[in-house]
Design a protein around this ligand. Structure first.
Ligand code: NAD
Ligand code: UDX
Length: 471
C-alpha cells in the first residue's frame, strides 16, 4: 500500500478547507497543504486573527490547533503538487452558464485545469482523489488526461471520494461522518490506492463506516444522495401547499409520517425552498446526465424536484403580496436571514435572494438583516439576480440593517427567510411596537412560536399552516 505522508488539497473553499483541516487534526503524522489560486482566500486562511474566509462552527478551533504544525495554506500550487503523495481535487464545479448544457451541466473546466496542472508538475507517482462533485465517469476523463501528459516515472491512481458534509455542521459531519465513500478501479493498483486513503480516514472513522465501491458508483452516489435529500424537501413543500389550502399543519404531518421508521424524521422541515451550492446544481447535473444517456423520463422526474422548489419560492412571495392587501408597492418589508440556512455565511442559491428579487419587482422597500452574511455579498447577489437594476436602483429599494430590531422598525411585514436561532428569542413585543399595524409575520422556516406572536397582536402566517393560526 502506498505510504502517504504528504497531502495536497487543490481548492481552499467550503469543502477543501474544513475537510483537510480535519484530516490535519486527526493525522498529526501527515503534512497537509491546502492550495488555491485565490490569494485573498489563502491570506484569510493564514490571517493572524483567524478571520477565516468561511464561517463554520468549530472550524477556527481546528485551524488554531493545526495551522503551522501540519496544516499549511499556500498559493504555491505547483510546489504542493510536487511534494504530495496524495492530492485532493476540491475545486468548484458550478452549473455551466453558457454553451452546451448551459443551465444544467457541470462546468468541469476547473477540474480539468487542476488535473492538467498535476500531470504537468508531478515527477513522481501520486494518488489523485476526486473530491469535487462531478458527473458519473469524470474520473475516467481525469485518468486519460493524466496518463497522456505524465512524466516517465509518474503514475497516477484515481479515486473518487465525494464529500457529504453539510454547511453549518461541517466540522461535526467530518469528525463523525455517517460514512466515508471511496470509489476506485477494481484493479490491484486501484485497490491499493483505495486502501491508502482508507487508512487515512481510519485514524478517526470506524472501519465499518468506510465504504469502498467502484469508481462510477461512488461518483453517482454523491449525485443520488443530494437528489434524494432535495426530493424530500420538495415533497414536504408540495404537501405544505395542500396544508395551507386545507387547514392541515405541515409540522404535524411531517411528525406523523416521520415516525414511520422507513421514512424517518429528518429532513422533513417545510421551508421557503432549499438553497445552497449543491442541491440544485447536482440535480440539474443528474438531469443532464440522464438526458445525455437518452433517459428523458428519468430526467423529467428529477427536474421536477427543482421546479417544485422554484414554485415554493414563488408561492411564498405571492402569499405575502396577497395577504398585504394585494400590493406591496412602497411598503417596508423586513427580511430576517439572507444565508441559505442557519449557521453559515454562505448565500449561494439562497431562497432569500429570489424572494427579495420578487419583492423588488413589486416595488417594495426591503430591509435585510443577517447575522453572518457580509454586506458586500448581499449587494453582489442582488445585482446578479436582477441584472436590469443598477446597484444604485437596488439601494433605493433595499437596505441592510445592523440588527433584527432595526430591520423591523416601521415595517408592515417581517419575513423569516433563514432559521437563525436568534430570531426565536428576539424581543418580539418591542418589534411589534415599532411596526405599522396590522403587523404581519411570514414565517418561511416554521421557526417562531406563532401562537405566542399572535397573542402579542401579530398576524402570523407560517409555511404549511392553514389560516386559523392568525389570532
Ligand atoms: P468553493 O468555490 O468554495 O471552493 C473551490 C476553490 O477552488 C475556490 O477557492 C477556487 O479558487 C479554487 N480553485 C479552482 N480552480 C483551481 C485551480 N486550478 N487551482 C487551485 N485552486 C483552484 O467550492 P466548494 O463549495 O468548496 O465546493 C467544491 C466542490 O465540492 C464542488 O464540486 C462542490 O459541488 C463539492 N461539494 C460542496 C459542498 C458544500 O457544502 N459546499 C459539499 C459537498 C461537495
Ligand atoms: C447538502 C447536503 O446535505 C450535504 O450532504 C452535501 O454534501 C451538500 O449539500 P448543504 O447544502 O450544506 O448540504 O445543507 P443542507 O443542510 O442539506 O440544506 C440544504 C437546504 O435545504 C437549505 O437551504 C436548508 O435550509 C434546506 N432544508 C433542509 C429544508 O428546507 N428543509 C429540511 O428539512 C432540510
Amino acid at each position: 500500500v502506498p505510504k502517504v505522508s504528504k497531502i495536497c488539497c487543490i481548492g481552499a473553499g467550503y469543502v477543501g478547507g474544513p475537510t483537510c483541516a480535519v484530516i490535519a487534526l486527526k493525522c498529526p503524522h501527515i503534512q497537509v497543504t491546502i492550495v488555491d489560486l485565490n490569494q485573498a482566500r489563502i491570506d484569510a486562511w493564514n490571517s493572524s486573527d483567524f478571520n477565516l474566509p468561511i464561517y463554520e462552527p468549530g472550524l477556527e478551533d481546528v485551524v488554531r490547533a493545526t495551522r503551522g504544525r501540519n496544516l499549511f495554506f499556500s498559493t504555491d500550487v505547483d510546489g504542493a503538487i510536487r511534494a504530495a503523495d496524495l492530492i485532493f481535487v476540491s475545486v468548484n464545479t458550478p452549473t455551466k452558464k453558457t454553451g452546451i448544457g448551459a443551465g444544467y451541466a457541470a462546468d468541469l473546466n476547473y477540474v480539468e485545469k487542476a488535473t492538467r496542472r498535476i500531470a504537468q508538475i508531478a515527477t513522481s507517482s501520486k494518488i489523485v482523489v476526486e473530491k469535487s462533485t462531478v458527473p458519473c465517469r469524470t474520473a475516467e476523463s481525469m485518468r486519460v488526461i493524466l496518463e497522456a501528459n505524465s512524466k516517465p516515472d509518474a503514475r497516477f491512481d484515481i479515486l473518487s471520494n465525494p464529500e457529504f458534509l453539510a454547511e453549518g455542521t461541517a466540522i461535526s459531519d467530518l469528525v463523525s461522518p455517517d460514512r466515508v465513500l471511496i470509489g476506485s478501479l477494481q484493479t490491484h493498483e486501484g485497490k491499493e490506492a483505495c486502501k491508502a486513503l482508507s487508512e487515512i480516514y481510519a485514524n478517526w472513522v470506524p472501519q465499518e463506516r468506510i465504504l469502498t465501491v467502484g469508481l462510477w458508483s461512488s461518483e453517482l452516489s454523491k449525485l443520488a444522495a443530494n437528489a434524494m435529500l432535495a426530493q424530500r424537501i420538495s415533497s414536504i413543500n408540495a404537501l405544505s401547499a395542500i396544508c395551507e389550502a386545507t387547514g392541515a399543519n405541515i409540522d404535524e404531518v411531517a411528525h406523523a409520517i416521520g415516525k414511520d421508521t422507513r421514512i424517518g424524521p429528518k429532513f422533513l422541515k417545510a421551508s421557503v425552498g432549499f438553497g445552497g451550492s449543491c442541491f440544485q446544481k447536482d440535480i440539474l447535473n443528474l438531469v443532464y446526465l440522464s438526458e445525455s444517456l437518452h433517459l428523458p423520463e428519468v430526467a423529467a422526474y428529477w427536474r421536477q424536484v427543482v421546479e417544485m422548489n422554484e414554485y415554493q419560492k414563488r408561492r411564498f412571495t405571492r402569499h405575502v403580496v396577497d395577504t398585504l392587501f394585494k400590493t406591496i408597492t412602497g411598503k417596508r418589508i423586513a427580511v430576517l436571514g439572507f444565508a441559505f440556512k442557519a449557521d453559515t455565511g454562505d448565500t449561494r442559491e439562497s431562497a432569500a435572494i429570489t424572494i427579495i428579487k420578487h419583492f423588488m419587482e413589486e416595488k417594495a422597500l426591503v430591509t435585510i438583516y443577517d447575522p453572518q452574511v457580509e454586506h458586500e455579498q448581499i449587494w453582489m447577489d442582488l445585482q446578479e439576480v436582477s441584472p436590469t437594476f443598477t446597484l444604485q436602483q437596488i439601494k433605493r429599494q433595499v437596505q441592510i440593517a445592523p440588527c433584527a430590531l432595526d430591520a423591523c422598525a416601521e415595517a408592515e411585514a417581517v419575513v423569516i427567510a433563514t432559521e437563525w436561532k436568534e430570531f426565536i428569542t428576539l424581543d418580539w413585543e418591542a418589534i411589534y411596537e415599532q411596526m405599522s399595524k396590522p403587523a404581519f409575520i411570514f414565517d418561511g422556516r416554521l421557526l417562531v412560536d406563532s401562537a405566542k406572536l399572535a397573542k402579542i397582536g401579530f398576524k402570523v402566517s407560517s409555511i404549511g399552516r392553514g389560516a386559523e393560526v392568525t389570532a
